[in-house]
Design a binder for this molecule. Structure first.
Ligand code: SF4
Length: 616
Protein backbone atom coordinates (compact mmCIF):
# COMPACT_ATOMS: atom_id res chain seq x y z
CA UNK A 1 0.00 0.00 0.00
CA UNK A 2 1.08 3.57 -0.68
CA UNK A 3 0.94 6.69 1.47
CA UNK A 4 -1.62 9.43 2.10
CA UNK A 5 -4.52 7.04 2.46
CA UNK A 6 -5.73 4.26 4.73
CA UNK A 7 -6.06 1.69 1.95
CA UNK A 8 -9.53 0.53 2.91
CA UNK A 9 -13.14 1.18 2.01
CA UNK A 10 -16.28 -0.04 3.70
CA UNK A 11 -19.33 -1.42 1.94
CA UNK A 12 -22.59 -1.35 3.84
CA UNK A 13 -25.59 -3.22 2.45
CA UNK A 14 -28.42 -1.55 4.34
CA UNK A 15 -31.06 -4.05 3.19
CA UNK A 16 -29.09 -7.01 4.51
CA UNK A 17 -27.36 -5.07 7.30
CA UNK A 18 -24.09 -6.46 6.10
CA UNK A 19 -20.79 -4.60 6.44
CA UNK A 20 -17.69 -5.62 4.49
CA UNK A 21 -14.24 -4.16 4.17
CA UNK A 22 -12.23 -3.99 0.93
CA UNK A 23 -8.70 -2.90 0.15
CA UNK A 24 -7.96 0.01 -2.20
CA UNK A 25 -4.98 -0.69 -4.43
CA UNK A 26 -2.22 1.82 -5.02
CA UNK A 27 -2.71 2.03 -8.79
CA UNK A 28 -6.37 3.01 -8.41
CA UNK A 29 -5.45 5.64 -5.83
CA UNK A 30 -2.71 7.12 -8.00
CA UNK A 31 -5.01 7.15 -11.02
CA UNK A 32 -7.96 8.79 -9.22
CA UNK A 33 -6.58 10.43 -6.00
CA UNK A 34 -9.67 9.57 -3.91
CA UNK A 35 -12.69 11.91 -3.59
CA UNK A 36 -15.03 11.95 -6.57
CA UNK A 37 -12.31 10.43 -8.74
CA UNK A 38 -12.36 7.24 -6.72
CA UNK A 39 -16.14 7.59 -6.29
CA UNK A 40 -16.77 7.73 -10.06
CA UNK A 41 -14.40 4.82 -10.68
CA UNK A 42 -16.16 2.67 -8.07
CA UNK A 43 -19.71 3.56 -9.07
CA UNK A 44 -19.07 2.99 -12.76
CA UNK A 45 -17.82 -0.51 -11.97
CA UNK A 46 -20.24 -1.47 -9.22
CA UNK A 47 -23.53 0.20 -10.07
CA UNK A 48 -25.53 -0.68 -13.19
CA UNK A 49 -26.68 2.03 -15.58
CA UNK A 50 -30.29 3.15 -15.32
CA UNK A 51 -30.93 2.49 -11.62
CA UNK A 52 -33.46 4.58 -9.69
CA UNK A 53 -31.33 7.07 -7.69
CA UNK A 54 -33.73 6.71 -4.77
CA UNK A 55 -34.04 2.93 -5.06
CA UNK A 56 -32.19 0.07 -3.37
CA UNK A 57 -29.76 -0.47 -6.25
CA UNK A 58 -28.40 3.06 -5.97
CA UNK A 59 -25.03 3.45 -4.25
CA UNK A 60 -24.21 6.41 -2.03
CA UNK A 61 -20.58 7.07 -1.15
CA UNK A 62 -18.67 9.24 1.32
CA UNK A 63 -15.16 9.52 -0.05
CA UNK A 64 -12.06 11.33 1.23
CA UNK A 65 -9.11 12.50 -0.82
CA UNK A 66 -5.48 11.47 -0.69
CA UNK A 67 -4.60 14.80 1.00
CA UNK A 68 -7.60 14.86 3.38
CA UNK A 69 -6.40 14.93 6.98
CA UNK A 70 -2.75 15.51 6.04
CA UNK A 71 -0.28 18.40 6.24
CA UNK A 72 -1.47 19.78 2.90
CA UNK A 73 -3.05 23.23 3.45
CA UNK A 74 -6.84 23.00 3.19
CA UNK A 75 -6.98 19.19 3.30
CA UNK A 76 -10.34 19.09 5.05
CA UNK A 77 -12.66 17.90 2.31
CA UNK A 78 -14.76 14.86 1.59
CA UNK A 79 -17.20 14.23 -1.22
CA UNK A 80 -20.61 12.59 -1.24
CA UNK A 81 -21.18 10.72 -4.50
CA UNK A 82 -24.10 8.96 -6.16
CA UNK A 83 -26.52 9.18 -9.04
CA UNK A 84 -28.21 12.57 -8.83
CA UNK A 85 -32.00 12.46 -8.53
CA UNK A 86 -32.06 16.03 -9.88
CA UNK A 87 -30.20 15.42 -13.13
CA UNK A 88 -30.41 11.65 -13.55
CA UNK A 89 -26.65 11.64 -14.05
CA UNK A 90 -23.44 11.74 -12.08
CA UNK A 91 -23.83 13.50 -8.74
CA UNK A 92 -21.29 14.74 -6.25
CA UNK A 93 -21.19 17.27 -3.45
CA UNK A 94 -18.12 18.54 -1.63
CA UNK A 95 -17.97 19.55 2.04
CA UNK A 96 -15.34 20.65 4.58
CA UNK A 97 -15.48 20.74 8.36
CA UNK A 98 -14.01 17.83 10.33
CA UNK A 99 -15.89 14.81 9.01
CA UNK A 100 -13.53 13.90 6.13
CA UNK A 101 -10.29 13.86 8.15
CA UNK A 102 -11.95 11.87 10.95
CA UNK A 103 -13.34 9.26 8.56
CA UNK A 104 -9.70 8.59 7.68
CA UNK A 105 -8.57 8.69 11.31
CA UNK A 106 -11.33 6.13 11.97
CA UNK A 107 -9.60 3.85 9.47
CA UNK A 108 -11.31 4.28 6.09
CA UNK A 109 -10.85 6.32 2.95
CA UNK A 110 -14.42 5.75 1.87
CA UNK A 111 -17.72 4.20 2.82
CA UNK A 112 -20.33 3.13 0.27
CA UNK A 113 -23.96 2.30 1.04
CA UNK A 114 -26.31 0.16 -1.02
CA UNK A 115 -29.84 -1.08 -0.33
CA UNK A 116 -32.45 0.49 1.92
CA UNK A 117 -32.69 -0.07 5.67
CA UNK A 118 -36.08 -1.32 6.87
CA UNK A 119 -36.05 1.35 9.58
CA UNK A 120 -33.90 4.42 10.31
CA UNK A 121 -30.25 3.64 11.08
CA UNK A 122 -26.93 5.37 11.46
CA UNK A 123 -23.47 3.96 10.87
CA UNK A 124 -20.99 4.33 13.70
CA UNK A 125 -17.32 3.87 12.83
CA UNK A 126 -15.18 3.89 15.94
CA UNK A 127 -11.46 3.41 15.32
CA UNK A 128 -11.81 0.68 12.70
CA UNK A 129 -14.97 -0.91 14.09
CA UNK A 130 -18.17 -0.29 12.16
CA UNK A 131 -21.73 -1.06 13.19
CA UNK A 132 -25.23 -0.06 12.16
CA UNK A 133 -27.32 1.37 14.97
CA UNK A 134 -30.96 2.22 15.47
CA UNK A 135 -31.74 5.84 14.55
CA UNK A 136 -35.44 5.92 15.42
CA UNK A 137 -34.76 8.52 18.16
CA UNK A 138 -33.00 10.71 15.57
CA UNK A 139 -35.61 10.57 12.81
CA UNK A 140 -37.36 13.94 12.51
CA UNK A 141 -34.55 15.75 14.34
CA UNK A 142 -32.71 18.57 12.63
CA UNK A 143 -29.01 18.32 11.82
CA UNK A 144 -27.97 20.28 14.94
CA UNK A 145 -30.03 18.07 17.25
CA UNK A 146 -28.78 14.96 15.49
CA UNK A 147 -25.15 15.88 16.08
CA UNK A 148 -25.84 16.83 19.70
CA UNK A 149 -27.71 13.59 20.47
CA UNK A 150 -25.02 11.45 18.87
CA UNK A 151 -22.24 13.27 20.71
CA UNK A 152 -24.10 12.91 23.99
CA UNK A 153 -24.36 9.17 23.34
CA UNK A 154 -20.85 8.49 22.05
CA UNK A 155 -18.60 11.36 23.13
CA UNK A 156 -17.71 14.88 22.10
CA UNK A 157 -14.98 13.72 19.73
CA UNK A 158 -17.53 12.22 17.34
CA UNK A 159 -17.86 13.75 13.87
CA UNK A 160 -21.22 13.43 12.18
CA UNK A 161 -22.49 13.73 8.60
CA UNK A 162 -26.27 13.54 8.50
CA UNK A 163 -29.50 14.54 6.85
CA UNK A 164 -32.16 16.73 8.40
CA UNK A 165 -35.93 16.47 7.90
CA UNK A 166 -35.62 17.63 4.26
CA UNK A 167 -33.39 14.68 3.39
CA UNK A 168 -35.64 12.31 5.32
CA UNK A 169 -38.57 13.57 3.23
CA UNK A 170 -36.53 13.09 0.05
CA UNK A 171 -36.63 16.74 -1.00
CA UNK A 172 -34.54 16.57 -4.16
CA UNK A 173 -32.62 19.69 -3.15
CA UNK A 174 -31.63 18.25 0.24
CA UNK A 175 -28.03 18.38 1.45
CA UNK A 176 -25.85 16.16 3.62
CA UNK A 177 -24.64 18.30 6.55
CA UNK A 178 -21.77 18.20 9.00
CA UNK A 179 -20.51 20.53 11.76
CA UNK A 180 -23.89 22.32 11.79
CA UNK A 181 -22.92 24.57 8.92
CA UNK A 182 -20.95 22.67 6.34
CA UNK A 183 -23.00 21.28 3.48
CA UNK A 184 -22.47 18.71 0.77
CA UNK A 185 -25.27 20.54 -0.92
CA UNK A 186 -25.38 19.95 -4.65
CA UNK A 187 -26.79 17.11 -6.77
CA UNK A 188 -29.63 16.29 -4.34
CA UNK A 189 -27.67 13.60 -2.53
CA UNK A 190 -29.36 14.37 0.79
CA UNK A 191 -32.49 12.86 -0.77
CA UNK A 192 -30.53 9.72 -1.70
CA UNK A 193 -29.33 9.40 1.90
CA UNK A 194 -32.88 9.90 3.20
CA UNK A 195 -34.23 7.33 0.72
CA UNK A 196 -31.94 4.76 2.31
CA UNK A 197 -33.30 5.46 5.81
CA UNK A 198 -29.74 6.40 6.64
CA UNK A 199 -29.85 9.28 9.12
CA UNK A 200 -26.15 9.72 9.83
CA UNK A 201 -22.62 8.48 9.50
CA UNK A 202 -20.73 9.06 12.73
CA UNK A 203 -16.98 8.63 12.92
CA UNK A 204 -14.31 8.72 15.58
CA UNK A 205 -10.68 7.69 15.52
CA UNK A 206 -7.07 8.49 16.14
CA UNK A 207 -5.34 6.32 13.58
CA UNK A 208 -2.39 7.80 11.77
CA UNK A 209 -2.50 8.37 8.03
CA UNK A 210 0.70 6.88 6.61
CA UNK A 211 2.88 9.59 5.07
CA UNK A 212 5.91 8.95 2.85
CA UNK A 213 8.20 11.35 4.74
CA UNK A 214 6.73 12.77 7.95
CA UNK A 215 9.58 15.14 8.73
CA UNK A 216 9.58 16.60 5.24
CA UNK A 217 5.81 16.86 5.32
CA UNK A 218 5.81 18.88 8.59
CA UNK A 219 8.57 21.14 7.28
CA UNK A 220 6.64 21.66 4.03
CA UNK A 221 3.50 22.73 5.88
CA UNK A 222 5.46 25.30 7.88
CA UNK A 223 6.99 26.70 4.70
CA UNK A 224 3.65 26.81 2.88
CA UNK A 225 2.04 28.58 5.84
CA UNK A 226 4.80 31.17 5.86
CA UNK A 227 4.30 31.89 2.16
CA UNK A 228 0.53 32.47 2.28
CA UNK A 229 -0.64 35.50 0.33
CA UNK A 230 -2.29 38.72 1.63
CA UNK A 231 -5.79 37.62 0.62
CA UNK A 232 -5.85 35.16 3.51
CA UNK A 233 -6.65 37.89 6.04
CA UNK A 234 -9.46 39.20 3.80
CA UNK A 235 -10.98 35.71 3.60
CA UNK A 236 -10.47 35.13 7.31
CA UNK A 237 -12.54 38.22 8.12
CA UNK A 238 -15.19 38.14 5.47
CA UNK A 239 -15.12 34.69 3.90
CA UNK A 240 -16.82 34.68 0.53
CA UNK A 241 -19.40 37.17 1.86
CA UNK A 242 -16.67 39.74 1.12
CA UNK A 243 -17.23 39.11 -2.59
CA UNK A 244 -20.91 40.03 -2.58
CA UNK A 245 -20.75 43.80 -3.22
CA UNK A 246 -18.21 43.51 -6.01
CA UNK A 247 -20.24 40.72 -7.61
CA UNK A 248 -23.27 43.01 -7.62
CA UNK A 249 -21.16 45.80 -9.13
CA UNK A 250 -19.77 43.56 -11.89
CA UNK A 251 -23.23 42.06 -12.52
CA UNK A 252 -21.95 38.57 -11.64
CA UNK A 253 -24.51 38.14 -8.84
CA UNK A 254 -27.99 37.02 -9.88
CA UNK A 255 -30.68 39.64 -9.53
CA UNK A 256 -34.45 39.13 -9.71
CA UNK A 257 -34.21 35.52 -10.83
CA UNK A 258 -31.46 36.46 -13.31
CA UNK A 259 -33.68 38.97 -15.14
CA UNK A 260 -32.41 42.06 -13.32
CA UNK A 261 -29.16 43.92 -12.80
CA UNK A 262 -28.11 44.58 -9.21
CA UNK A 263 -26.71 48.09 -9.73
CA UNK A 264 -30.03 49.09 -11.31
CA UNK A 265 -32.68 46.91 -9.65
CA UNK A 266 -31.12 46.24 -6.23
CA UNK A 267 -29.36 49.43 -5.30
CA UNK A 268 -29.43 48.60 -1.58
CA UNK A 269 -27.02 45.67 -2.12
CA UNK A 270 -24.49 47.19 0.30
CA UNK A 271 -26.82 46.26 3.17
CA UNK A 272 -25.59 42.70 2.53
CA UNK A 273 -21.90 43.56 2.09
CA UNK A 274 -19.07 41.65 3.77
CA UNK A 275 -18.64 44.59 6.18
CA UNK A 276 -22.29 44.34 7.27
CA UNK A 277 -22.00 40.58 7.70
CA UNK A 278 -18.82 41.02 9.75
CA UNK A 279 -20.61 43.43 12.15
CA UNK A 280 -22.99 40.60 13.05
CA UNK A 281 -20.28 37.97 13.40
CA UNK A 282 -19.52 36.66 16.88
CA UNK A 283 -16.31 34.77 16.03
CA UNK A 284 -14.46 33.14 13.16
CA UNK A 285 -14.75 29.46 12.36
CA UNK A 286 -12.67 27.13 10.25
CA UNK A 287 -12.68 23.62 8.85
CA UNK A 288 -10.17 21.10 10.15
CA UNK A 289 -6.68 22.66 10.51
CA UNK A 290 -7.49 25.32 7.93
CA UNK A 291 -5.10 28.28 7.91
CA UNK A 292 -7.74 30.49 6.27
CA UNK A 293 -10.77 29.78 8.51
CA UNK A 294 -13.21 31.63 6.24
CA UNK A 295 -16.32 30.62 8.20
CA UNK A 296 -17.98 32.35 11.11
CA UNK A 297 -20.54 32.04 13.86
CA UNK A 298 -23.04 34.88 14.18
CA UNK A 299 -24.03 36.82 17.27
CA UNK A 300 -27.36 35.43 18.49
CA UNK A 301 -30.44 37.43 17.59
CA UNK A 302 -33.15 36.88 20.17
CA UNK A 303 -35.49 39.73 19.21
CA UNK A 304 -37.00 41.17 16.09
CA UNK A 305 -38.63 39.41 13.18
CA UNK A 306 -35.88 36.93 12.37
CA UNK A 307 -34.38 35.27 15.41
CA UNK A 308 -31.49 32.83 15.41
CA UNK A 309 -29.35 31.19 18.04
CA UNK A 310 -25.67 31.56 18.90
CA UNK A 311 -24.98 28.55 16.68
CA UNK A 312 -26.02 30.18 13.41
CA UNK A 313 -23.25 30.10 10.81
CA UNK A 314 -22.22 33.03 8.66
CA UNK A 315 -23.90 33.11 5.24
CA UNK A 316 -21.47 32.69 2.36
CA UNK A 317 -21.51 34.52 -0.96
CA UNK A 318 -23.76 31.99 -2.70
CA UNK A 319 -26.35 32.22 0.10
CA UNK A 320 -26.29 36.04 0.19
CA UNK A 321 -26.75 36.19 -3.56
CA UNK A 322 -29.39 33.48 -3.94
CA UNK A 323 -31.53 34.69 -1.00
CA UNK A 324 -30.51 38.36 -1.35
CA UNK A 325 -30.03 40.01 -4.74
CA UNK A 326 -31.80 37.17 -6.54
CA UNK A 327 -34.96 37.84 -4.47
CA UNK A 328 -34.46 41.64 -4.10
CA UNK A 329 -34.24 40.93 -0.37
CA UNK A 330 -31.89 43.31 1.47
CA UNK A 331 -32.77 42.15 5.00
CA UNK A 332 -29.54 40.61 6.30
CA UNK A 333 -31.13 39.11 9.42
CA UNK A 334 -33.60 37.25 7.21
CA UNK A 335 -30.73 35.81 5.18
CA UNK A 336 -28.87 34.66 8.31
CA UNK A 337 -32.16 33.06 9.36
CA UNK A 338 -32.63 31.45 5.92
CA UNK A 339 -29.08 30.10 6.02
CA UNK A 340 -29.81 28.67 9.48
CA UNK A 341 -33.06 27.06 8.30
CA UNK A 342 -31.22 25.41 5.41
CA UNK A 343 -28.41 24.21 7.70
CA UNK A 344 -30.82 22.77 10.25
CA UNK A 345 -33.25 21.12 7.85
CA UNK A 346 -30.43 20.12 5.49
CA UNK A 347 -31.06 22.03 2.26
CA UNK A 348 -28.81 23.35 -0.48
CA UNK A 349 -28.99 27.16 -0.16
CA UNK A 350 -28.28 27.68 -3.86
CA UNK A 351 -31.19 25.52 -4.97
CA UNK A 352 -33.51 26.76 -2.21
CA UNK A 353 -32.85 30.40 -3.18
CA UNK A 354 -33.42 29.57 -6.86
CA UNK A 355 -36.74 27.88 -6.06
CA UNK A 356 -37.98 30.89 -4.08
CA UNK A 357 -36.96 33.23 -6.94
CA UNK A 358 -38.98 31.04 -9.31
CA UNK A 359 -42.01 31.31 -7.00
CA UNK A 360 -41.67 35.10 -6.77
CA UNK A 361 -41.53 35.49 -10.54
CA UNK A 362 -44.50 33.15 -11.04
CA UNK A 363 -46.39 35.22 -8.46
CA UNK A 364 -45.49 38.49 -10.18
CA UNK A 365 -46.80 37.12 -13.45
CA UNK A 366 -50.07 35.78 -12.04
CA UNK A 367 -49.17 32.12 -12.50
CA UNK A 368 -49.37 31.74 -8.73
CA UNK A 369 -51.70 33.62 -6.40
CA UNK A 370 -52.10 33.85 -2.64
CA UNK A 371 -54.53 30.94 -2.88
CA UNK A 372 -51.75 28.70 -4.23
CA UNK A 373 -49.09 29.89 -1.79
CA UNK A 374 -50.96 29.15 1.43
CA UNK A 375 -51.86 32.82 1.89
CA UNK A 376 -48.30 34.10 1.66
CA UNK A 377 -47.75 37.22 -0.39
CA UNK A 378 -44.79 36.11 -2.49
CA UNK A 379 -43.58 39.51 -3.63
CA UNK A 380 -39.99 40.45 -4.43
CA UNK A 381 -38.17 41.47 -1.28
CA UNK A 382 -40.89 40.31 1.13
CA UNK A 383 -38.45 38.78 3.62
CA UNK A 384 -41.17 37.52 5.96
CA UNK A 385 -42.92 35.54 3.20
CA UNK A 386 -39.58 34.30 1.83
CA UNK A 387 -38.57 32.89 5.23
CA UNK A 388 -42.01 31.35 5.79
CA UNK A 389 -42.05 29.71 2.35
CA UNK A 390 -38.51 28.34 2.77
CA UNK A 391 -39.61 26.72 6.03
CA UNK A 392 -42.58 25.16 4.24
CA UNK A 393 -40.27 23.90 1.52
CA UNK A 394 -37.91 22.39 4.08
CA UNK A 395 -40.81 20.55 5.73
CA UNK A 396 -42.68 19.69 2.50
CA UNK A 397 -45.64 21.42 4.07
CA UNK A 398 -48.56 22.82 2.01
CA UNK A 399 -47.28 24.60 -1.12
CA UNK A 400 -43.77 23.74 0.08
CA UNK A 401 -44.41 20.21 -1.11
CA UNK A 402 -44.86 21.45 -4.71
CA UNK A 403 -41.48 23.19 -4.74
CA UNK A 404 -39.40 20.86 -2.53
CA UNK A 405 -37.85 19.02 -5.47
CA UNK A 406 -36.28 21.99 -7.20
CA UNK A 407 -37.35 24.36 -9.96
CA UNK A 408 -37.57 21.83 -12.80
CA UNK A 409 -40.04 19.61 -10.97
CA UNK A 410 -41.89 22.64 -9.55
CA UNK A 411 -42.43 24.01 -13.07
CA UNK A 412 -43.65 20.59 -14.26
CA UNK A 413 -46.17 20.50 -11.39
CA UNK A 414 -47.36 24.10 -11.76
CA UNK A 415 -47.41 24.26 -15.59
CA UNK A 416 -49.09 27.38 -17.08
CA UNK A 417 -45.87 28.41 -18.84
CA UNK A 418 -43.93 28.62 -15.57
CA UNK A 419 -40.97 26.71 -17.02
CA UNK A 420 -39.57 29.91 -18.51
CA UNK A 421 -38.91 31.12 -14.96
CA UNK A 422 -37.20 27.89 -13.86
CA UNK A 423 -33.50 28.70 -13.89
CA UNK A 424 -31.82 25.31 -14.04
CA UNK A 425 -29.36 23.51 -16.24
CA UNK A 426 -30.29 19.86 -16.80
CA UNK A 427 -32.26 19.87 -13.53
CA UNK A 428 -29.64 21.55 -11.33
CA UNK A 429 -30.33 25.09 -10.16
CA UNK A 430 -27.73 27.56 -11.38
CA UNK A 431 -25.26 28.95 -8.80
CA UNK A 432 -24.68 32.66 -8.24
CA UNK A 433 -22.26 33.54 -11.03
CA UNK A 434 -23.62 34.98 -14.25
CA UNK A 435 -22.38 33.10 -17.30
CA UNK A 436 -23.12 36.16 -19.45
CA UNK A 437 -19.70 37.72 -19.30
CA UNK A 438 -18.21 35.00 -17.09
CA UNK A 439 -16.91 32.72 -19.83
CA UNK A 440 -15.23 30.29 -17.44
CA UNK A 441 -18.53 29.74 -15.65
CA UNK A 442 -20.43 29.49 -18.93
CA UNK A 443 -18.22 26.69 -20.23
CA UNK A 444 -18.26 24.96 -16.85
CA UNK A 445 -22.03 25.15 -16.42
CA UNK A 446 -22.64 23.61 -19.81
CA UNK A 447 -19.74 21.24 -20.38
CA UNK A 448 -19.03 19.64 -16.99
CA UNK A 449 -20.42 16.20 -16.07
CA UNK A 450 -22.16 18.01 -13.18
CA UNK A 451 -24.26 20.69 -14.90
CA UNK A 452 -24.68 24.18 -13.45
CA UNK A 453 -21.73 24.09 -11.05
CA UNK A 454 -19.30 26.88 -10.20
CA UNK A 455 -16.59 24.71 -8.65
CA UNK A 456 -15.58 22.66 -11.66
CA UNK A 457 -12.80 24.86 -12.83
CA UNK A 458 -11.65 26.40 -15.93
CA UNK A 459 -9.47 29.40 -15.42
CA UNK A 460 -9.87 30.07 -11.70
CA UNK A 461 -9.03 30.19 -8.85
CA UNK A 462 -5.43 29.31 -9.52
CA UNK A 463 -2.34 31.03 -8.15
CA UNK A 464 0.45 31.89 -10.62
CA UNK A 465 2.07 29.18 -12.68
CA UNK A 466 -0.89 26.88 -13.07
CA UNK A 467 -2.23 27.68 -16.53
CA UNK A 468 -0.90 28.56 -19.97
CA UNK A 469 -1.40 32.24 -20.96
CA UNK A 470 -4.56 33.12 -22.86
CA UNK A 471 -6.78 36.07 -23.74
CA UNK A 472 -9.47 36.20 -21.05
CA UNK A 473 -11.73 38.32 -23.25
CA UNK A 474 -11.78 35.87 -26.16
CA UNK A 475 -13.28 32.46 -26.81
CA UNK A 476 -10.68 31.62 -29.42
CA UNK A 477 -7.80 29.56 -28.07
CA UNK A 478 -9.72 28.95 -24.86
CA UNK A 479 -10.17 25.19 -25.15
CA UNK A 480 -6.67 24.16 -24.02
CA UNK A 481 -6.28 26.51 -21.02
CA UNK A 482 -9.82 25.69 -19.93
CA UNK A 483 -9.05 21.98 -20.12
CA UNK A 484 -5.85 22.38 -18.07
CA UNK A 485 -7.84 24.39 -15.53
CA UNK A 486 -10.57 21.75 -15.38
CA UNK A 487 -7.98 18.98 -15.03
CA UNK A 488 -6.14 20.68 -12.16
CA UNK A 489 -9.47 21.44 -10.49
CA UNK A 490 -10.33 17.74 -10.65
CA UNK A 491 -6.98 17.05 -8.97
CA UNK A 492 -7.48 19.27 -5.93
CA UNK A 493 -11.19 18.45 -5.61
CA UNK A 494 -10.47 14.70 -5.73
CA UNK A 495 -7.44 15.01 -3.45
CA UNK A 496 -9.58 16.69 -0.78
CA UNK A 497 -8.17 20.23 -0.82
CA UNK A 498 -10.41 23.28 -0.48
CA UNK A 499 -10.74 25.51 -3.53
CA UNK A 500 -10.59 28.69 -1.42
CA UNK A 501 -7.26 27.58 -0.01
CA UNK A 502 -6.01 26.92 -3.54
CA UNK A 503 -6.98 30.43 -4.60
CA UNK A 504 -6.12 32.38 -1.50
CA UNK A 505 -3.51 30.53 0.56
CA UNK A 506 -1.20 28.64 -1.76
CA UNK A 507 1.44 31.09 -2.98
CA UNK A 508 2.13 29.00 -6.09
CA UNK A 509 0.42 26.03 -7.68
CA UNK A 510 3.66 24.05 -7.37
CA UNK A 511 2.96 23.95 -3.62
CA UNK A 512 0.00 21.65 -4.24
CA UNK A 513 2.14 19.42 -6.46
CA UNK A 514 4.82 19.38 -3.75
CA UNK A 515 2.22 18.39 -1.14
CA UNK A 516 1.07 15.49 -3.30
CA UNK A 517 4.65 14.33 -3.88
CA UNK A 518 5.73 14.67 -0.26
CA UNK A 519 2.74 12.95 1.28
CA UNK A 520 2.37 10.11 -1.24
CA UNK A 521 6.06 9.62 -2.05
CA UNK A 522 5.08 9.25 -5.73
CA UNK A 523 7.24 10.90 -8.41
CA UNK A 524 4.25 12.89 -9.64
CA UNK A 525 4.70 15.56 -12.29
CA UNK A 526 2.42 18.38 -13.39
CA UNK A 527 1.85 16.54 -16.70
CA UNK A 528 0.85 13.34 -14.94
CA UNK A 529 -1.55 15.32 -12.74
CA UNK A 530 -3.14 17.00 -15.75
CA UNK A 531 -3.70 13.57 -17.26
CA UNK A 532 -5.10 12.34 -13.94
CA UNK A 533 -7.50 15.28 -13.85
CA UNK A 534 -8.69 14.54 -17.39
CA UNK A 535 -9.14 10.89 -16.39
CA UNK A 536 -11.32 11.89 -13.40
CA UNK A 537 -13.39 14.28 -15.51
CA UNK A 538 -13.79 11.67 -18.25
CA UNK A 539 -14.76 8.98 -15.74
CA UNK A 540 -17.55 11.20 -14.40
CA UNK A 541 -18.63 11.96 -17.95
CA UNK A 542 -18.67 8.24 -18.85
CA UNK A 543 -21.15 7.71 -16.00
CA UNK A 544 -23.50 10.20 -17.69
CA UNK A 545 -23.06 8.63 -21.12
CA UNK A 546 -24.02 5.25 -19.71
CA UNK A 547 -27.15 6.87 -18.24
CA UNK A 548 -28.07 7.97 -21.79
CA UNK A 549 -27.38 11.67 -21.15
CA UNK A 550 -25.82 13.96 -23.71
CA UNK A 551 -24.04 17.28 -23.23
CA UNK A 552 -23.25 20.19 -23.57
CA UNK A 553 -26.29 20.86 -21.41
CA UNK A 554 -29.02 23.21 -22.53
CA UNK A 555 -29.23 26.61 -20.82
CA UNK A 556 -32.42 28.57 -20.12
CA UNK A 557 -32.58 31.34 -22.75
CA UNK A 558 -32.19 34.00 -20.07
CA UNK A 559 -28.82 32.58 -18.99
CA UNK A 560 -27.54 32.80 -22.56
CA UNK A 561 -28.59 36.44 -22.88
CA UNK A 562 -31.63 35.76 -25.10
CA UNK A 563 -32.74 38.52 -25.17
CA UNK A 564 -29.59 40.36 -24.06
CA UNK A 565 -29.62 42.63 -21.03
CA UNK A 566 -30.42 46.26 -21.83
CA UNK A 567 -28.53 47.81 -18.92
CA UNK A 568 -25.53 47.29 -16.66
CA UNK A 569 -22.02 45.91 -17.08
CA UNK A 570 -23.21 42.88 -19.06
CA UNK A 571 -25.63 44.56 -21.40
CA UNK A 572 -25.76 43.37 -24.98
CA UNK A 573 -24.14 39.98 -24.31
CA UNK A 574 -25.58 36.87 -25.95
CA UNK A 575 -23.69 33.57 -25.69
CA UNK A 576 -23.47 31.16 -28.60
CA UNK A 577 -23.36 27.59 -27.20
CA UNK A 578 -21.61 26.18 -30.28
CA UNK A 579 -18.75 28.62 -29.85
CA UNK A 580 -18.61 28.11 -26.09
CA UNK A 581 -18.15 24.39 -25.89
CA UNK A 582 -16.85 23.03 -29.19
CA UNK A 583 -13.19 23.89 -28.78
CA UNK A 584 -13.06 22.57 -25.22
CA UNK A 585 -14.75 19.26 -26.09
CA UNK A 586 -12.41 18.80 -29.05
CA UNK A 587 -9.35 19.38 -26.89
CA UNK A 588 -10.47 17.03 -24.10
CA UNK A 589 -11.40 14.32 -26.64
CA UNK A 590 -15.19 14.26 -26.25
CA UNK A 591 -17.72 14.49 -29.07
CA UNK A 592 -18.74 18.18 -29.36
CA UNK A 593 -22.33 17.20 -30.23
CA UNK A 594 -22.97 14.50 -27.58
CA UNK A 595 -20.20 14.79 -25.00
CA UNK A 596 -19.28 11.14 -25.44
CA UNK A 597 -15.57 10.58 -24.79
CA UNK A 598 -13.92 9.05 -27.87
CA UNK A 599 -12.70 5.48 -27.67
CA UNK A 600 -9.15 6.69 -28.24
CA UNK A 601 -9.43 9.15 -25.34
CA UNK A 602 -10.67 6.42 -23.02
CA UNK A 603 -7.87 4.06 -24.05
CA UNK A 604 -5.20 6.75 -23.68
CA UNK A 605 -6.44 7.37 -20.14
CA UNK A 606 -6.20 3.67 -19.33
CA UNK A 607 -9.99 3.33 -19.07
CA UNK A 608 -10.15 0.19 -21.23
CA UNK A 609 -13.13 -1.30 -19.40
CA UNK A 610 -15.04 1.97 -19.81
CA UNK A 611 -14.27 1.98 -23.55
CA UNK A 612 -15.59 -1.57 -23.74
CA UNK A 613 -18.78 -0.61 -21.90
CA UNK A 614 -19.47 2.49 -24.01
CA UNK A 615 -18.43 1.06 -27.39
CA UNK A 616 -20.00 -2.40 -27.46
S1 SF4 B 1 -11.06 28.11 3.35
FE1 SF4 B 1 -13.01 28.06 4.43
S2 SF4 B 1 -14.23 26.44 3.41
FE2 SF4 B 1 -12.06 26.18 2.83
S3 SF4 B 1 -11.26 24.68 4.28
FE3 SF4 B 1 -10.83 26.74 5.09
S4 SF4 B 1 -12.56 27.22 6.45
FE4 SF4 B 1 -13.17 25.50 5.16
Amino acid sequence: MGHGYMGKMLWVDLSKRKITEEPIDEKTMRNFLGGYGLGARVLFSRQKGGVDPLGPEATLGFVTGILTGTDALGGSRYVVVGKSPLTGGWGDANSGGNFGPYLKFAGYDAVFFTGIADKPVYLLIDNGKAELKDASNLWGKDTFETQDILRAAHGKDLEVACVGPSGEKKCLIAAVMNNKGRAAGRSGLGAVMGSKNLKAVAVRGNMKIPVADEKKSAEMRKRHLASMGPRVSFMRDFGTSGLFSMSCESDDAPCKNWAGTAVVDFTTYKKLSGEEVLKKRQRGWGCWHCPVACGGIMKPNASGEFTYSEEAHKPEYETLAMFGSNLLNDDLDSIIKLNDICNRYGLDTISAGAVIAFVLECYENGILTKKDTDGLEMKWGNAKAIVAMTEKLAKREGFGNIIADGVKKAAERIGKGSEKYAMHIAGQEVPAHDPRGGIMFAIGYGASPTPGRHTQGGEGPFPPGALPDFDRMSLKGRGKPHMVGVALTQVYNAAGVCMIVIGDAYGHFDHLIEALQTITGWDLTRDELIKTGIRIETMRQAFNVREGLTSPWKFPDRMLGIPPKQVGPRKGITLNPDELFTEYYQVIGWDPKTGKPSKQTLLELGLDDVAKALYK
